[in-house]
Design a protein around this ligand. Structure first.
Ligand code: AMP
Length: 119
């Protein structure tokens, strides 16, 4: 089992967070530093560090991230108008917390994704 992260502490209720959804596979809570009107992190309860660590046995749990993304969009009434889902992977992918999570971003027309930052 991978090391526990700050997200594990949120999932276990050891530190405060604004949880919007939780079940046996994933937990979704508001990002502490929102990059859009709605910025929710959908996190696997199992602490897999990155996409590069996923195994075939994780398939159902990872697919569930999309099911819950759709549920959140429906709950917010933006299923048709749209939203963005992002999964950062590793240092060059901009991943800060080594615990697989999907960013759910929404609220008006979102900007482009952009090129890599110049050194
Ligand atoms: P990433 O860069 O893909 O690893 O995203 C990590 C995200 O976690 C960032 O958007 C942070 O703002 C967010 N974050 C870090 N700590 C917390 C926290 N305690 N509660 C909610 N979101 C957090």
């Amino acid at each position: 089992m991978a090391e526990e992260t700050i997200f594990t502490k949120i999932i276990n209720g050891e530190i405060p967070s604004d949880i919007v959804y939780k079940d046996e596979l994933v937990t979704a809570f508001k990002d502490i530093s929102p990059k859009a009107e709605h910025h929710i992190l959908i996190v696997t309860n199992k602490p897999i560090p990155t996409v590069s660590d996923v195994e075939p046995c994780d398939e159902q749990m990872l697919g569930h991230l999309f099911i819950i993304a759709r549920k959140i969009a429906t709950d917010l009434g933006i299923e048709k108008s749209g939203y963005r889902l992002i999964v950062n992977c590793g240092p060059d992918g901009g991943q800060e917390v080594p615990h697989i999570h999907m960013h759910f971003l929404a609220g008006g027309k979102l900007g482009g994704l952009g090129f890599p930052q110049k050194q």
